[in-house]
Ligand binder design. Structure first.
Ligand SMILES: [Zn+2]
Length: 202
């Protein structure tokens, strides 16, 4: 039996949620998924997977040699963005650290080789390591997209999928508040089951 890579499983089983195509930050937020039966999929689980995810979303060349440190940064931004989406969807105040993290990611990209000055070598201009530059740029793009989404006209439609245990976010269309047909079917089945159970006990 062939072992499927996690990203392949996610692509075959779980299509992108409504809005992911327009908003990379939504795709990032949904890159760790809780599936029925206690399964989880993390599309950024390893540095290679994180690299693949960035490449698939046009944020990195095919192979940039990402290390665990870079993957951790992407996963960490994902958690901060998820926290902001949760706050926005629930109409609650944001966690200040999450706002700071998004702003840090947007402003960390150097536009010029920075001046460094150390005791041994004196002053010099430092160009960041190419991988660092790519990852920083990807993080900035994702953070800016999250800020756009949260403040733009689509913010009203930002919704947490209403089909337990799914933890994805989507941009709602009409009254539909689940991220996929699959989640919708499961939510309807759960409602029907609850109705039947109620009818039996009444
Ligand atoms: Zn869902």
């Amino acid at each position: 039996m062939r072992n499927m890579r996690e990203s392949e499983i996610a692509e075959t089983v779980v299509p992108p949620a409504q809005g992911e195509e327009e908003h990379l930050s939504l795709a990032l937020a949904n890159s760790a998924m809780a599936l029925p039966g206690g399964h989880t999929i993390d599309l950024l689980g390893t540095p290679a997977q994180a690299n693949h995810w960035l490449t698939a979303h046009g944020l990195a060349p095919v192979e940039v040699g990402m290390r665990e440190m870079c993957a951790t940064q992407v996963r960490s931004l994902r958690e901060q963005i998820r926290s902001l989406f949760a706050s926005r969807a629930a109409g609650l105040p944001a966690i200040p650290a999450a706002v700071t993290a998004v702003n840090d990611a947007m402003t960390r990209v150097p536009t010029a080789p920075l001046l460094q000055w150390d005791d041994k070598n004196g002053p010099y201009r430092a160009t960041p390591h190419p991988t660092t530059a790519i990852v920083d740029h990807a993080l900035a793009t994702l953070a800016a997209d999250a800020a756009d989404l949260l403040t733009g006209p689509d913010a009203e439609r930002l919704t947490a999928c209403g089909s337990s245990p799914c933890n994805r976010y989507l941009l709602r269309h009409g009254r539909r508040h689940w991220c996929s047909t699959r989640c919708g079917d499961r939510a309807r089945a759960a409602r029907a089951y609850a109705r039947r159970t109620r009818a039996r006990t009444e």
